[in-house]
Design a protein around this ligand. Sequence first.
Ligand SMILES: [Zn+2]
Ligand SMILES: [Zn+2]
Ligand SMILES: [Zn+2]
Length: 338
Amino acid sequence: MHWNPYIDVRVEVSRAVRASCRQCGAAIDKGAYRVEAVPILGKPELLHVDCAAKRAPDHARRKLVDKDPDWPPEVLEDLARFVPEGVGPAPRSYQRTPIMDLGYDKDAAGVKPCVYCMEPCPGVAGPSHGHAVRAFSLDGERRFHPACIVELAPGLCRRIVVEASDRWPPELKAYFAQRVPAHVLPTPRSPWRHTAGVPALEHAPSARAACRFCSGKIDKGDLRLAREQIYGMRRSPVYFHVGCYAKSDDYHPKMIELVVLRAPDEVTREDLSRIVAALPPKAEEDDDVPALGERLEEIFAWVERKREATASKSAAAAAAKPKLTENIVDIPEGFFGA
Ligand SMILES: [Zn+2]
Ligand SMILES: [Zn+2]
Ligand SMILES: [Zn+2]
């Protein structure tokens, strides 16, 4: 299987004079179409169209299958020539990136269109359009009018009312208080806030740590996700039940793929079954691809082969018996760093 860390690929005309392709290192000409590949962690990468078809073939296949209207027909033709045969499309749901947090854009640089209504933002005076709100997602940030973000993320707007932070102007807090429907509860803060890096799967060595999402106990021996904190003096990781991560705003199936791909030796096939059981049901739009559970089985089978290979390599070193399992998961270079 080909595995890549991307949640989506986008096409645009290159405006930069010098930009180089992450795949081949060569320059991308100004005025040429280029692809931006958005990884589950880290910054987007720029690619030539043909390089994108090689580096993220499943996403390229998805654009072809869906005849994605954001992709000009001539670019799709190019993609079609370079996507390797036999590569299926990426799940459509992987392009979904929920809004995880909002920020007040105090000195919004220039006027840009609101991503929801396309009207200038900030625009006409008043709380509904005179301010700019920044919405953060896995794939970056976008600008919205207050009136538009209430439609899209009412729970996060409710949280701004409840938290009453000084960073938001009083008139805007009052506006949200009045506009958010009464039955909408505040969205809980992201359990991943102030953490970074690839989360690790592990068995809890004791029952001392609680899950940051549900505050419930994580029993000794239970499988948990650990992630490093980036703020504060305590560098100790925070922990989650796998099922709680799957329920959080930050959930992305690609992250689960990533942690399974990186699963340490202590993670067993039974653990994998528990992870699969904790996953949300398959998204409706994913009607033409295997379920995440099946993808994880395939990834884990690769992990097991790699373990065997490592084990028999040390055995083979003694017995001088070379052999071994091919690396059949193809991971784009550079994602995990040096
Ligand atoms: Zn290239
Ligand atoms: Zn708007
Ligand atoms: Zn939990």
